[in-house]
Design a binder for this molecule. Sequence first.
Ligand SMILES: *[C@@H]1O[C@H](CO)[C@@H](O)[C@H](O)[C@H]1NC(C)=O
Ligand SMILES: *[C@@H]1O[C@H](CO)[C@@H](O)[C@H](O)[C@H]1NC(C)=O
Ligand SMILES: *[C@@H]1O[C@H](CO)[C@@H](O)[C@H](O)[C@H]1NC(C)=O
Ligand SMILES: *[C@@H]1O[C@H](CO)[C@@H](O)[C@H](O)[C@H]1NC(C)=O
Ligand SMILES: *[C@@H]1O[C@H](CO)[C@@H](O)[C@H](O)[C@H]1NC(C)=O
Length: 427
Amino acid sequence: MRLLILLILIIFLSKSNSVFIKQKQNQIPKTNNPYKLSNGLALTPPMGFNYWNFDGCETNLINETMMMNTAYAMSTNGMARVGYEYVNLDDCWMAKSRDENGNLLPDPIRFPSGIKHLADYIHSLGLKFGIYGDIGTTTCKGYPGSENYLEQDAKTFAEWGVDFVKMDGCNMQVEDMKEAYTDLGKYLQATGRPMVYSCSWPTYAYVENITMPFDYIEGICNLWREFQDIRDDFTEWTQILDEMEDSLPKRSQFAGPSHFNDPDMLEIGNGLESNIEYKSMISLWSIIAAPLIAGNDILTMSKETLEILINEEVIQVNQDPLGLQGNRVYQNQGLEVYQRTLINDSYAIAMFNRGDVQSDITITSDMLNLTNHQNFNIRDLWSHTDNGTFSDTFTASVEPHGTIMIKLSPKINNIYLPLKYRKHLLK
Ligand SMILES: *[C@@H]1O[C@H](CO)[C@@H](O)[C@H](O)[C@H]1NC(C)=O
Ligand SMILES: *[C@@H]1O[C@H](CO)[C@@H](O)[C@H](O)[C@H]1NC(C)=O
Ligand SMILES: *[C@@H]1O[C@H](CO)[C@@H](O)[C@H](O)[C@H]1NC(C)=O
Ligand SMILES: *[C@@H]1O[C@H](CO)[C@@H](O)[C@H](O)[C@H]1NC(C)=O
Ligand SMILES: *[C@@H]1O[C@H](CO)[C@@H](O)[C@H](O)[C@H]1NC(C)=O
């Protein structure tokens, strides 16, 4: 008897070992990376605000009043309630040069009360504060860069009360970025202040067609920007989506709690697309576990824009605790299906019509790899209604450039029950 158990054990072990070796061969070799970022942040994709997409830079819109008013608006308009928490600066907040001790300074006209004052105010609202820097000699717009000042700037950020650091990569050789981004991460961590660390390295590697070690950056940054800069244009952001889906190595494998792919900030409400397109954007950004950083003017946005930004059922998909990035599972002539695995045996599905005519899109259990003929409750995350049962197929008519976003949750005996009750029933 014992011998038999031993024999089975040996067979099992040798089998699982060979499976293990096989999987290993299919992976990219792991870069030697003894250092790991461990700030415990960004367990789900960060949500917040950044002015870059609606304002760019060099205008008179950016100043401490605007930042404070924006933070206050976010704390009262429902955005903070659903999870938008980081209120972030982008380029052009700095003075043109450092002080005599090499410290970064804010633009004295835009931020006369200083950055710590702004951070304190944002914190007083229960929100968090993000800053922008550049790993090279100067920022993209020509303000002081952090090259040669990495440790000093990390300390400055911590003293100011920064919670999120977006580190751009203008004016540095891509070949030098591995070391620079790693070093800054170490310096940030050494301050003892937890700061989300967002790196732009892959975007610059992409532009120069240099191979990116994603298995490495996954260990040193909470987020990493990819592909080209986004614009308020349907063709433009869908191209970024395609790049996210089609690029090798497959990007979704690198996403998880504390480390996410960043296809760039939202353009919702910036005026050059329809609300149908903006709804598609946030639906798909939620399926691919992208950070949700609103890039529109919060102080002047319409009610419709706000409603798109704060759809809690869609945000719940984005913020799913498993942190798994979804994938496109079907595409045919502009009709596409995306699937994200969620907690509690559930799935988020986006049925996306990129074409110019209203079209039916059908999802099937084969397409979704749900082949055990289980029944799922269909929840429409934009109409906020339960729409029957999915077992093998479901068809919806999708408007041009629109997305039907649904959540499939398991049903037992054809009744949909939350998991805690299901567990009870299964006993
Ligand atoms: C800040 O910018 C706003 C426009 O966004 C402007 O109305 C205001 O006068 C500026 N305030 C200061 C102190 O410069
Ligand atoms: C990018 O580099 C790869 C090899 O690393 C090469 O096969 C490909 O043609 C290059 N693409 C461009 C646009 O240069
Ligand atoms: C489909 O599901 C099976 C069983 O759960 C799993 O082993 C397989 O990897 C899945 N395939 C894909 C493509 O996700
Ligand atoms: C679900 O039902 C609602 C209410 O009837 C409807 O407005 C919505 O379009 C339906 N959704 C789908 C995906 O069929
Ligand atoms: C998942 O199931 C657990 C246990 O029933 C429940 O507490 C939790 O709210 C569920 N999560 C979601 C996102 O539905």
